[in-house]
Each structure stands twice: as C-alpha cells, then as structure tokens.
Design a protein around this ligand. Structure first.
Ligand SMILES: *Cc1c(COP(=O)(O)O)cnc(C)c1O
Length: 369
C-alpha cells in the first residue's frame, strides 16, 4: 500500500520494556522484577487520586467533561494563570504532537539538543520536518542560538531538566535565550521534571506564569506522569499565551482525556504532601546511587530529576550490562541508542535500589561484563 511519503521512512518507537514482557521472555516472577526504566514514581500516586477514581468508576459510560474546567481551574490556581492559558493532553506527549502539527509542514525544521527527549524529533518527523541538533550531552544554548540563526527553525525544544541525562539549565539562562528568539518561532519548554528540579535548586525553578507573561512565543509543558505518579493515566498539560492555546485547540481531538484521568490528576495536584514526600525520598535515595557509582568508578551527571545517569566508559558496555540486569529481573534504560555508553536508572524505593546495587555488584564481581 502506498502511504504518505513522510511516514515511509519512519521507525516505530520502542518504549522501555514493560514488566509483562520480562515475565514472558525470562520466566521471572512479576513480583521479583524491579522496573527502574520509565521514571515512574516508585511510591505510586496519591491515595486520594486512587479513591477518587474508584468513586468515579461507574460514570465511565459517559463521555468526559470536555471543558475540563475542574482540572483547569485547579491548575490555573496552582500556577497563577488563567484557564485560557491551558490545554490538557493525553500526556504532555500529546501537547508536543499538537505543537508540531500546528507549526510544522514539509520543509520546516525543529531545533533541539542532540541528546534529549526522543519524542520531539519523532513527532516533528511525522510532520515531514527536518531536525537540527546542537551537539553535546547538555543543552549548549550558545550553539543552539547559532543554529537558530542559521536554520530558522519553526520550533525550538528545551528540556529542563533534560531527559535522559538529568542535568538542568538555570532558569535565568533559559529566559535570556527565549528573549533572543523572534516571536514567530515557538519555543517549547518541557518541564516534565520541574517538580524535582525546583525542589533541589531554586535556580532551576521555572515560573510558567511569569514566563508566558513575558514571552508570547513560549509553550511550557508539564505532566502528571512523573512526580504525581500517574503515568498510566496519560495526562499532561501545556501553558501558553491564549493565541498559542487557541491554535492548539483547533487540532485537539475531542474528548482527548478520560474522565478518570481528569479526576485522578485533580486529586493528585491537591495532595501536596504526597508530592513533597516523593521528592524528599527521591533525593535521599539518589545520594546512595551517587556513592555506589563512586565506589565502582562510574561517573554520574548531577541530576535534577527522579533518575540518574551512569556513564560506563571504562567500566562496562551499556547494552551488555542492561541485558545482564534484565536476566536478573532488573529493568533500566540503555542509552546506547543516543550514542552514549551509559544507562539511565529511575530512583526507586529503598529496597528496589538495594536490589539494583547488589545485582550490579554481582555482575561486576563475577567479571562477567
Ligand atoms: C515523561 C516525559 C514527558 C511526558 O510524558 P507524558 O507521560 O506523555 O506526559 C515529556 N517530556 C519528558 C522529557 C519526559 O521525560
């Protein structure tokens, strides 16, 4: 069958291995598998969100409230913005997709850092756009600015903190960069891990309200999949000036977010105590990962997220190590696909992290690399 030529060369995205697959492939009991691969919150989500979903379950025969007013009002209050500055998506992924479709067409370009969230280039390629990448493992804003001047991209993506490396630009540097970009170029600022970054270091904190006030060409993205622990509910949001939101709304499929996702997100947003506890434990446990790495001579990147990147240069081969961990029931993310000999490990619960340390130690001690 003949398809749109744009999709002819696209590859199918391969997400992290789900627990079910490891059960099937290696015959390991599901309860013995430790998944530290998708940056999920190891503590789950707010129990209040679970209760609210259970309570709403018998309304699932109805279409959702497509105004999404309840969640929008809560988010508007949380950020100090208007509900008209918000769009809710089936994950912030969907908002990325809408932004690409709104701005890109054949011949258009996006600009991003070389090693960053894979979905930017995937959605851009689906629109037939070219991908311009600023080299380096961290966002190099000077290089990005030169490439912006040279290639005049329609969208610039900034991921702060960055996935899969965990590092984070200072918010003042991001602001100065966005200010230098012309107002017809959309700047997408992905704050999927902002809860973690702003908890660890105020210099990394982004205030979307102040940012969109100042920048009419900025789209800020947030998600409920990470700190709020709602990855399975597929819900995230975009914050921008009304003009951008109106443009994205023209492309939004109706009823794009389910009733249960909306109530879960609303409850999760209100349960500040749960979020605070998750953030605190994350960084306490991250220290363990840092000292373990030091012990093994593995270098790490300072992380402002709920994961840590181990650079394995001179210690192991990332793909080989991931395979050995997987056979022992531990799922982490291999970064070989990004051209890095590194693995990304989501910070789990204490007992999960101990399992990881023990297993890593065994693999390395057995000389079986
Ligand atoms: C997880 C993640 C997202 C969005 O995830 P959704 O589940 O689609 O909301 C966006 N950007 C980055 C960098 C992420 O890591």
């Amino acid at each position: 069958m003949k398809f749109n030529p744009v999709i002819e060369h696209l590859k199918v995205y391969e997400p992290g291995k789900p627990i079910e697959l490891v059960v099937r492939e290696f015959g390991i009991d599901a309860s013995d598998i430790v998944k530290l691969a998708s940056n999920e919150n190891p503590y789950g989500c707010s129990p209040k969100a679970v209760k609210a979903v259970q309570k709403m379950a018998d309304t699932m025969f109805r279409y959702p409230d497509d105004t999404m007013d309840e969640l929008k009002s809560s988010l508007a209050e949380h950020f100090g913005i208007k509900t008209s500055n918000l769009i809710i998506g089936a994950g912030s992924d969907q908002v990325i997709e809408l932004a690409c479709r709104a701005k890109l067409y054949g011949g258009a370009r996006i600009l991003q850092s070389e090693i960053t969230f894979a979905m930017y280039q995937i959605y851009a390629a689906q629109c037939g756009a070219g991908i311009v990448k600023a080299p380096g493992t961290a966002h190099d804003l000077d290089a990005m600015y030169s490439l912006y001047k040279e290639h005049e991209p329609e969208i610039i993506f900034i991921c702060a903190p960055n996935n899969p490396t965990g590092d984070c630009l200072d918010s003042v540097d991001i602001e100065n960069f966005i200010d230098a970009i012309d107002r017809d170029t959309l700047v997408v600022l992905d704050g999927a891990y902002q809860e973690y970054a702003s908890y660890k270091d105020r210099a990394k904190a982004i205030d979307p309200a102040a940012m969109i006030e100042r920048f009419p060409h900025l789209l800020y993205l947030g998600t409920f999949s990470k700190a709020y622990g709602l990855g399975g509910m597929r819900i995230g949001y975009g914050i921008a000036a009304e003009e951008i939101i109106k443009g994205l709304y023209k492309l939004r499929p109706p009823f794009n977010v389910t009733t249960l996702s909306l109530v879960a997100a609303n409850e999760a947003l209100r349960d500040r105590e749960f979020v605070q506890k998750s953030l605190k434990s994350c960084f306490e446990q991250m220290k363990e990962y840092e000292s373990f790495a030091q012990k093994l001579g593995i270098s790490t990147i300072e992380s402002y997220t709920n994961f840590i990147t181990y650079i394995l240069e001179g210690v192991a081969d990332s793909s080989d190590l991931c395979d050995k961990l997987l056979r022992r029931g531990i799922i982490v993310r291999d970064l070989a696909g990004y051209g890095l000999n590194a693995i990304r490990i989501t910070i789990g619960k204490r007992e999960e992290n101990l399992r990881f340390f023990e297993t890593m130690q065994q693999i390395i001690d057995s000389g079986e690399r």
